[in-house]
Write a protein that binds this ligand. Structure first.
Ligand SMILES: [Zn+2]
Length: 551
């Protein structure tokens, strides 16, 4: 089977008038003036997340702008398909999914291994270990029996880009298992797929300076499947270890084309049938692939589309990519995704940093964050969210970032107080409380989100006019406290009936009110602490928050 990912019309998209279409990558600017492509249209959200990174990677690798002026011009006046095809053709040989030569994101060697069902390329499918140990309780094996070449190419790219730990010897992606990606998304005046791609492409020299060795320009240093596969080593009996691949060993573009897993699709045993991902009928249904342990172990890279954080272990400091955590993506992540969090040492993706340099005051752009919540080897769920990308003048940026950090941290404190107070209301011994209270968290973040962005808008105006920001702290505190009390009142009476005690609920409520107006929270919001009222009542007592009592 021959299936070239540069030439085939394999990317599912929607045009402005709602028509579904399938395009080759270079056709992304076709009909740009009349009926442009406005979005991807894959059958699964994680496929859309993979395809957009494929297209950004392609553009970054061979069609990146030389300077800021070129970038600005092409953002609104894209190159015609013929020009893109000419550029993409230079790397056509690396994008053949089948055939006898090197195959896209597959092992160079035609090795022998036990056949695996193609469902194993989908990240939510239990890994090899789970199948052997029969621990695939939630996602059953063999739900997906066959994939069409379009979906299979996407699944393969998604798998190598996100690869989870798959048991001993199976390597994770360049950014670890199931990384989080953040992309700049245009407003209604910049709402085409071309603009979504190009907003996330860096100028050539800026990209090659991030990390990687741009002197290594031979194809195999960009697309690892063009060279001999990195096999890793067998150590300690049967366990394989990956072969270290650090930025000095490969071209910067390898960040988009990393191949941690040794995979080969079986393209000889094709069958006729319908694809279990998109439902289309095909006579090239792919059902089997082979995989060997070992491969490339990527370390020390700094991917431009992921936020990172600093971690120091045993005196060694590393910069690591952020991964999604249970609970979803909310405005609490604004700190670290959109602006720097100096205290926690979290930094937005390089693409966001560049956006601030490119920003035009008429733009009302957003950040699209997505990724899997991983449970070690498999994905528990897929999260995605968009949040506003608010820009402020450099003269007020430091104060703005400090204030926003305080606002998010005050929200976390008040949420923690609320959770603790609800548990205190429910149980005689809150320390014994068990069970899931994440519904309190999600309600809290959701209900206070609009207020947060309103507060940010007032904060910018106040800082720009040189006025005092205390009033904004007061207003935000009031939003948080009001939501905290509403959630308490909603849930406090829903504890186990045998443990119910109305007096305890009343006490917990009173304490919650006090703690929410405590010194720590006021300090975070820059509100002066008066020694009166609620503060005096706790004077002389050891300050213990309900959350500390409860857990
Ligand atoms: Zn399909």
């Amino acid at each position: 089977m021959e299936f070239n990912l540069i030439e085939k019309q394999w990317i599912p998209v929607l045009r402005r008038d709602g028509t579904p279409d399938w395009i080759a990558p270079y056709e992304v600017t076709k009909d740009f003036a009349d009926n442009p492509v406005v979005s991807l249209n894959a059958p699964r959200p994680d496929f859309n997340g993979a395809l957009i990174q494929f297209l950004i990677g392609l553009m970054q690798t061979v069609a990146a702008p030389g300077n800021g002026t070129e970038w600005r011009k092409k953002l609104v006046e894209p190159p015609p398909p013929e020009e893109l095809l000419e550029k993409f053709t230079t790397i056509r040989h690396a994008f053949e999914l089948g055939g006898d030569g090197p195959r896209f994101m597959q092992d160079f060697e035609n090795f022998t291994a036990v056949d695996g069902g193609v469902s194993g390329l989908l990240i939510e499918t239990p890994g090899q270990n789970a199948l052997v140990n029969n621990t695939d309780h939630f996602i059953k094996r063999n739900i997906v029996d066959g994939l069409c070449p379009l979906c299979c190419a996407t699944a393969l790219f998604a798998f190598q880009t996100n690869s989870p730990s798959g048991g001993p010897g199976y390597m994770t992606s360049l950014r670890g298992g199931g990384p989080l990606t953040t992309l700049v998304v245009g407003d209604k005046h910049h709402g085409t797929l071309w603009q979504l791609i190009y907003l996330n492409v860096l100028e050539h020299s800026k990209f090659t300076n991030i990390c990687g060795n741009s002197a290594l320009s031979e194809g195999k240093y960009l697309f690892p499947w063009l060279g001999e596969t990195k096999k890793g080593k067998r150590k300690k009996g049967e366990t394989f270890y990956g072969e270290d691949t650090v930025p000095e060993d490969a071209h910067p573009a390898a960040m988009f084309w990393a191949m941690p897993r040794r995979i080969r699709l079986d393209l000889k045993e094709l069958s006729v049938g319908s694809c279990d991902a998109c439902g289309s009928d095909t006579d090239c249904l792919i059902t089997i692939y082979k995989e060997l342990p070992g491969g490339a172990s990527y370390n020390g890279w700094f991917h431009p589309l992921s936020p990172h954080y600093e971690q120091t272990t045993k005196g060694v400091t590393s910069i690591l990519p952020v991964h999604a955590q249970p609970g979803g993506l909310t405005y609490r992540h604004w700190l670290g995704f959109v602006i720097q969090d100096g205290n926690e040492k979290k930094m937005p993706a390089r693409i966001v940093h560049e956006f601030y340099g490119r920003w035009n005051s008429n733009w009302q752009f957003r950040l699209w964050a997505f990724g899997y919540d991983m449970d070690n080897m498999k994905a528990r769920c897929w999260y995605e969210s968009t949040m506003p990308l608010l820009c402020v003048d450099a003269s007020i940026r430091v104060r703005y970032e400090e204030q926003v950090a305080g606002m998010v941290k005050a929200a976390s404190e008040i949420l923690s107080n609320t959770r603790g107070a609800v548990k205190k209301a429910w149980f005689r011994r809150p320390g014994d409380a068990k069970g899931d209270t994440t519904f309190i968290d999600s309600s809290f973040w959701q209900q206070t989100e609009a207020g947060f962005y309103l507060a940010l808008s007032s904060l910018t105006k106040t800082l720009e006019s040189g006025n005092e920001t205390q009033i904004i702290g007061h207003q935000w505190l009031s939003v948080l406290c009001s939501q905290s009390m509403q959630l308490f009142d909603k849930f406090a009476w829903e504890g186990p009936i045998e443990d119910a005690d109305p007096k305890r609920v009343v006490v917990a409520r009173k304490e919650l009110e006090q703690y929410n107006h405590g010194k720590k929270i006021k300090g975070l919001l820059g509100i002066p602490v008066e020694q009166s009222g609620a503060e005096n009542k706790t004077k002389g007592k050891k300050e213990a928050k309900p959350s500390e009592l409860a857990f």
